[in-house]
Design a binder for this molecule. Structure first.
Ligand code: C5P
Length: 396
């Protein structure tokens, strides 16, 4: 599973750094290409010479090489990686990652990483049990990072307790299992709608909404990473995606989105309707700018837009699954369950505008998933990419 994978191995300054040498060796043996990034204090425990010899690449530690001025781009590294593993992760590095304290190359790389991040904490038992460490680890989990729990046993202090970095063989197994599970949508075709729709009034004005497309794009990226071929029908948004296997079809109005969805859905195994589609469009498009002086106060007559989710629900065949979203301000549960039935969906994902950090434009969301068989699964506040993972794990 690790063959050809690009892995960043982040090493911070703890006694367990000696185990990172075995970890690096095992990753390379499994066919991974490994780039080591080490913190300044990590170098006190293990030398870059050993690490670069084993990885076959210069070790990155500083932002630039002092004598040549060569800049080491944490952004490029973050995009290159299929996974980032931080082992050992000290209490200090964990705190910095949790709070975005970007004062060394490891943390800036972590903050730039687009790929899944695996964190193997290693510290003394009291540091591990401290509320601040616990809180920081919870924060990292809420960002969608994977925590490879430390084992119990004898620590460098000779005390016995939880804090020993997991053994390199176990970390490699964890990663292999992860990459195997990542391919659980291989060969599936998935249709996703995202963003708002714009319904033209005249050449300069439209009816729209505040949707940023972030949730739909996060789902598209999660699904594509798990091996599916994604058709992402996107309304006008300012975000883009670089993840391969996503065919982005840009549309503007609900009618255009409807047309593209009707074309794509028959060949799909799964449809996820994440777009915030305008319910109404102007009945007529005025092809010259409506002028205040000439036209008085215009009355815009509206007509109903097609309900894309409902029309896909009608043509849905056995073996196809359809998921919708419900963004509600009141009577959340009954509105969501009603939509689930009315549109013939398999699941509906409720987010309430009453929850702080949920809904339009934010980077976070708080959802409850309702299934057609009466399931109800609530989740805590998480980043949209962590929410996307929860949704796909639940559906699968
Ligand atoms: O009825 P409501 O707009 O609240 O339903 C939300 C769900 O239906 C979302 O999944 C949304 O993408 C989808 N929808 C649609 N076409 C519409 C309106 C909503 O596909 N015209």
């Amino acid at each position: 599973m690790l063959k050809g994978k690009h892995i960043i191995l982040g090493i911070s300054g703890g006694i367990a750094a000696y185990k990172s040498v075995s970890l690096l060796r095992l990753l390379v043996k499994a066919g991974a290409e490994v780039q080591v990034v080490i913190t300044p204090s990590g170098k006190e425990f293990i030398t870059p010479v050993t690490l670069s010899a084993l990885s076959g690449k210069p070790v990155v530690s500083e932002f630039f090489t002092a004598n040549s001025g060569e800049w080491h781009s944490h952004v490029d590294l973050g995009l290159w990686a299929d996974a980032m593993v931080i082992a050992p992760a000290t209490a200090s590095s964990i705190a910095k990652m949790a709070n975005g304290v970007a004062d060394n190359m490891l943390i800036t790389t972590y903050l730039s990483a687009k790929a899944p991040v695996f964190i193997a904490p290693a510290m003394d038992l009291d540091m591990m049990a401290h509320p601040s460490t616990k809180r920081n680890i919870e924060l990292l989990k809420s960002y969608g990072n994977h925590i490879i729990e430390p084992a119990e046993g004898e620590l460098a202090s000779h005390l016995i307790g939880k804090g020993r970095m997991e053994e390199p063989e176990e970390i490699v197994k964890y990663l292999s299992r992860f990459f195997a599970s990542q391919q659980d949508l291989k060969g599936q075709n998935v249709l996703i709608t995202a963003g708002p729709t714009y319904e033209k009034i005249d050449p300069v004005r439209f009816i729209g909404n505040y949707s940023s497309g972030k949730m739909g794009y996060a789902i598209a990226e999660e699904v594509a990473r798990r091996g599916a071929n994604v058709t992402l029908v996107s309304g006008p948004v300012s975000i883009t995606t670089k993840v391969p296997n996503i065919n982005v079809i840009k549309v503007e109005s609900a009618r255009e989105m409807h047309e593209q969805c009707l074309k794509a859905f028959p060949n799909c195994n799964l449809g996820i309707m994440c777009a915030a589609i305008a319910d109404y469009a102007p009945a007529e498009y005025v092809d010259a700018k409506i002028k205040r002086e000439k036209d008085g106060i215009p009355v815009i007559k509206l007509i109903k837009n097609p309900d894309i989710a409902a029309s896909l629900g009608q043509i849905k065949k056995d073996g196809q699954k359809l998921i919708g979203f419900a963004l509600e301000t009141n009577n959340e549960e009954s509105n969501a369950v009603d939509k689930l039935k009315r549109k013939n969906l398999d699941y509906i994902i409720l987010n309430s505008l009453q929850d702080d950090g949920a809904g339009f434009g934010t980077d976070t969301n708080k959802i409850t998933i309702y299934g057609k068989n009466g399931e109800k699964i609530p989740f805590g506040l998480k980043t949209k990419s962590a929410v996307a993972k929860d949704i796909i794990d639940t559906i699968i």
